[in-house]
Design a protein around this ligand. Structure first.
Ligand code: FAD
Length: 546
């Protein structure tokens, strides 16, 4: 009772849930990508991250965004009274501690900076997907840290010093030289005022000095500024070059990373994104001069993969919230989930979420096998931008639809939906925006092995409705050039999703996805797929046990 009014017909909070045990599509996708042996460990992770206390950490970390401390009257360092540190809420540090300990920033690597054996990518992705359902902002430095190892491999001596600190699985929040810390995190600075996509326009300059270089210039976006080291692009004598810039110089002095301000962002509030200026800032070179893009691109493929996984996680949590609510809320004497039109909306969302995680984990399997199987390497190359394009672009509209399922409650800050909604667009924008992903697919298609990947996808999905037509359409749209590239890339992602579902989900789910996404008529909105009641029930039961 509240103020004499019975508190009736409100759904209970969706918390203290098992994020793995309650997610059949995730379990199936893990198993079909060679991760079945880790079921118990993933279930333990799912229970821990589904606890009310973890959701509360996520709430607090976003309710109290990081603060920039530019100056400090007490501390006098080499640059005068500058401090250039960022203070985070304790909840952010707690989330970082948990995620680093679980290997989210490291578990796909071995100590010598080579890839950890399969199914390391798949298992990490399953954990990343569950963590993203609870809080995504803190995943930014973890994504960058694990991806940076791919670029560090360009300088084995540096890698030998830094990678062991990443693999320690210890989050050390102290502002101290990286070599004194138990564990380190890495960020990256590529984007400048005049260009983010076109990094060749970078104006930051690097001049050789002693064991490294001194860099002068700026970065317009540099997230997670309390990382210990950053991969930075700058112009050296031989052209655009990749560097590793530490927060502390080798002599122990604070390096000159002068943060101008933190971005006031739509979402992603728990994470800090800075504008920064460099003034003779020390850095080591990574790779040869002039090969900066080639060096850093190794990292970017992995961050793009994480964008897709995280967006799939946002979709999953939005679906779970919507379905949970619809099973409790009664409107016109019936639970919402039993109203045919609401059931259609939820089932369409369940189908799309199932496709997203099946697709993402199948792509992780390609990353797992890439070192030994050129066909899987070509698959990873071609599909990473296509999968990022499709999943990350689906997420905002998807989360909005879930919000509407909760009615007015979905729009107010006490529910999780506003945070998920604000978070959703960023994965499409950073690490290569939509058009850039589509252009990258065009580039990848011209490379060796790409046509064989297309043929393999069609083979994997053979017999499903619309597969042959999709193949033809992809070819036609591709030959039409850039202007039609989005259409081709969207179809490519849908075809790959149908193929992934064929391998991981019951036959009826793959059939339904192909029928409603590749074949047959369907509207633009969620809830416009033609499904039979039994198909709807089966999808919802798989999505979340009642
Ligand atoms: C929250 C947040 C955090 C970030 N953190 C970092 C970070 O840590 N480090 C970092 O380096 N950067 C970071 N970024 C920057 C981000 O990666 C860039 O914003 C992104 O790469 C796009 O670059 P831009 O903003 O310069 O846009 P532009 O390059 O100007 O692109 C604008 C639009 O044009 C499109 N476009 C570009 N080229 C073409 C073309 N040839 N044909 C058709 N369309 C095209 C793009 O798809 C995009 O939609 C962050 C951004 C955000 C929002």
């Amino acid at each position: 009772m509240m103020n004499g009014t019975e508190l009736a017909n409100q759904s209970p909070p969706y918390e203290d849930v098992d994020l793995f045990g309650s997610d059949r599509p995730l379990q199936d996708a893990v198993a079909s990508n060679a991760g079945g042996d880790a079921t118990e460990a993933l279930a333990a992770f799912g229970r821990r991250w589904g606890a009310a206390a973890m959701f509360e950490l996520g709430r607090q970390a976003n309710a109290h965004p990081p603060q920039l401390e530019v100056l400090d009257p007490q501390l006098l360092n080499a640059d005068g009274f500058r401090r250039d540190t960022v203070e985070f809420h304790p909840a952010y540090h707690d989330l970082m501690t948990e995620s680093v300990a679980e290997g989210l920033s490291s578990s796909t690597w071995s100590a010598d900076a080579t890839a950890a054996p399969p199914p390391a990518q798949v298992l990490r992705a399953a954990r990343f997907y569950m963590a993203a359902q609870v809080e995504t902002g803190h995943l930014c430095p973890l994504t960058m840290t694990r991806a940076a190892v791919a670029a560090l491999a360009a300088e084995p001596k540096l890698a030998a010093m830094v990678v062991p600190k990443i693999l320690m699985r210890r989050y050390d929040r102290r502002f101290a030289p990286w070599w004194e810390k138990e564990g380190v995190t890495l960020g990256m600075g590529m984007t400048e005022r005049q260009g983010g996509t076109d990094v060749r326009t970078n104006t930051s300059k690097a001049v050789p000095a002693g064991e490294g270089y001194l860099i002068t210039g700026h970065k317009w976006f540099m997230s997670a500024p309390m990382c210990d080291l950053f991969l930075v692009l700058a112009q050296a004598g031989g052209g655009l070059t990749c560097f590793l810039m530490p927060r502390f110089r080798p002599d122990g002095a604070v390096n000159a990373l002068h943060f101008q301000r933190l971005k006031d962002k739509l979402g992603n509030r728990s994470n800090a994104s800075s504008e920064v200026e460099f003034a003779d800032t020390f850095a080591w070179r990574l790779g040869e001069e002039g090969r900066g893009v080639r060096t850093i691109i190794q990292m970017v493929q992995l961050t793009r993969l994480d964008c897709a996984i995280a967006s799939a996680g946002l979709m999953r949590m939005a679906l779970a919230q919507a379905l949970h609510h619809a099973r409790h809320r009664i409107v016109f004497q019936k639970h919402l989930v039993d109203q045919p039109m609401m059931a259609s909306v939820l089932a369409d969302m369940a189908l799309e979420t199932e496709a997203a995680i099946a697709l993402a984990l199948r792509l992780c399997r390609s990353f797992d096998l890439a070192a030994t199987d050129p066909g899987e390497a070509a698959r990873a190359r071609l599909l990473t931008p296509a999968v990022k394009f499709w999943i990350c672009k689906r997420a905002p509209a998807f989360v909005y639809e879930a919000m509407e399922c909760l009615g007015g409650n979905g729009y107010v800050e006490e529910s999780l939906l506003p945070r998920l909604y604000r978070e959703a667009p960023v994965n499409a924008i950073w690490e290569g925006s939509g058009n850039v992903m589509a252009l990258d697919v065009l580039r990848a298609l011209a490379q060796e092995g790409a046509q064989a990947v297309l043929a393999a996808l069609a083979e994997d999905a053979a017999g499903l409705p619309g597969v042959r037509e999709a193949r033809v359409l992809i070819g036609q749209a591709l030959s039409a050039g850039e202007a039609q590239a989005r259409l081709a890339v969207e179809r490519l992602a849908l075809l790959a999703a149908a193929a992934a579902l064929r391998a991981s989900a019951p036959a009826a789910v793959a059939e339904l996805f192909a029928r409603t996404r590749l074949g047959g008529p369907r509207g633009v909105m969620l809830g416009t797929s033609d499904m039979k009641p039994a198909e709807v029930d089966a999808l919802l039961a798989r999505a979340l046990p009642a």
